[in-house]
Design a protein around this ligand. Structure first.
Ligand SMILES: N[C@@H](CCC(=O)N[C@@H](CS)C(=O)NCC(=O)O)C(=O)O
Length: 454
């Protein structure tokens, strides 16, 4: 059983990890408008037509390498910095640095170009020979390598954000120092940070409530104008220090204790407002943050707590799956996506629907190979199925019902498309495979298409 689980997990890791995401959609909207109407796309469905419509060809200068799949030593850029971050998106310290690079760009209204090398930190996966030590690390253009997340945030602030992240500000530094007073004593774990006691049980509900109350009361200055920590109008190093941990709390605490909700504005009004404000940052909401399903799924993995989850939590997890499905639609915000697209025209698709279509198209061979084992279906059928799913995503216009059935498609394929959408949603790991908004698209598609299942 354990062996089978491991095998499935590895297969998931291999195909989903091959995902590059966020690439190659330059001018896609213009090209699509110029080249084809929706009915033409539908009539001429083939991978090459879809690729052409999605304008899949990279204009990107920056490099993103998954070192678990490509262990060769890269030519490190002498113009751009290189971020070494944990490859699944589980490491909260890596997320701090990734977020700092993105926020340095949005605070200064520029795009900071950086290369990324993703590192396996699970202890099982292959690590490249050129990397040692912990994630995150940065290699600066002049060749020096540095670690420690908050030191890196400070350096990014000086080099790329003109100090706008206020990392040297004594008040911001004081907020960062409070981190260890706010979060409870817990069993160390990067996948389940500040969640479990040393005996493997979850930390108690009153302790979590106290933590959330402290965060609410200490991080936000009542009466000051800005919605970010310490009352700032723009995000600072303090927001960066806490964001990955509060993000996990938002989705993982309700799994551990029903009714424990960090976004509850009646109990934690300032904290709730902060979550809303962070969700309006395009690069955070569309790219960096993990989603509710992925944070729940990470909890179910063995290796922490009682080598798995205490049984009392299983029921909560089931309830969360239903909640995730009902709220997925609310995460899709085209206006926010457009701001993200405008900031990254060369490598971000015009909509989250097109983002999912692009990622699936780029990884179709690996997906088909893996799905063959899981869905017990021939590769040629799966190819049509995947094309059916991508065609629907490309076709979809905001406000319409999601197309359950395409005219020239037989019902057998439609049912398989529905199964494929569910399979992809089940396997999703955000932000490793795609951003949170795109993953919400896939979830809503999977829920909508369930109607056609026998
Ligand atoms: N204090 C460090 C902590 C970094 C850290 O704990 N990284 C973990 C992953 S989340 C790691 O690299 N673990 C693997 C190892 O220690 O070999 C920082 O803030 O950067």
């Amino acid at each position: 059983m354990l062996k089978q689980h491991l095998r499935l997990f590895l297969a998931l890791v291999i195909w989903l990890s091959a995902t590059q995401g966020y690439q190659n959609c330059a001018n896609s909207q213009r090209q699509r408008q110029r080249q084809s109407t929706p009915t033409q796309i539908l009539a001429a469905s083939s991978w090459s037509n879809l690729e052409e419509s999605l304008a899949i060809q990279s204009k990107k200068k920056t490099v993103s390498i998954d070192s678990a799949l490509d262990t060769s030593t890269p030519n490190f850029s002498t113009e751009r910095p290189t971020l070494f971050r944990e490859r699944h998106g589980w490491c909260p310290y890596s997320e701090r640095v990734w977020l700092a690079l993105e926020l340095a760009g949005s605070n200064t209204q520029t795009t900071i170009e950086y290369d990324t090398i993703r590192i396996d930190n699970t202890g099982h996966g292959p690590r490249p020979s050129y990397f040692g030590g912990q994630t995150p690390q940065m290699r600066w253009p002049e060749g020096r390598t540095q670690g420690e997340s908050m030191d890196l945030v400070g350096e990014i602030d000086q080099r790329y954000a003109n100090g706008s992240l206020l990392s040297s500000d004594p008040k911001v530094q004081e907020f960062i120092r409070q981190f260890s007073n706010i979060f409870p004593r817990a069993r160390p774990s990067s996948r389940a940070a500040y969640l479990f006691q040393y005996n493997g049980d979850p930390i108690s509900m009153p302790t979590f409530e106290e933590t959330l109350q402290k965060a609410n009361d200490q991080l936000f200055v009542e009466g000051s104008s800005g919605p970010f920590m310490a009352g700032h109008d723009t995000p600072t190093a303090a927001d960066i220090a806490y964001a990955p941990f509060l993000e996990r709390y938002r989705y993982q605490l309700p799994c551990l204790h029903p009714g424990l909700d960090p976004t509850d504005a009646s109990k934690y009004p300032q904290l709730a407002k902060w979550y809303d404000t962070m969700d309006q940052i395009p690069a955070y909401a569309c790219k960096v943050k993990g989603d509710a399903s992925s944070w729940r799924k990470v909890l179910t993995m063995a290796g922490f707590g009682n080598a798995g989850l205490p049984p009392s939590i299983q029921q909560n997890m089931q309830e969360r799956i239903v909640w995730e499905e009902t709220q997925a639609k609310e995460c899709i915000n085209q206006a926010l996506w457009e701001r993200y697209h405008q900031d990254n025209e060369d490598d971000v698709a015009k909509s989250p629907y097109w983002d999912v279509a692009t990622i699936i198209t780029e990884n179709k061979e690996a997906i088909i190979k893996d799905a063959q084992k899981r869905m017990d279906t021939e590769a040629s059928v799966l190819n049509d199925v995947l094309m059916g799913l991508v065609t629907r995503l490309v076709e979809y216009e905001e406000g319409q019902d999601f197309p359950l059935h395409l005219e020239e498609e037989d019902m057998k394929i439609t049912v398989q498309v529905a199964k494929m959408a569910t399979y992809l949603d089940d396997r999703m790991c955000v932000p490793r495979d795609m951003g949170a908004m795109s993953a919400s698209v896939l979830k809503t598609v999977s829920v909508a298409m369930r109607e056609v299942l026998p």
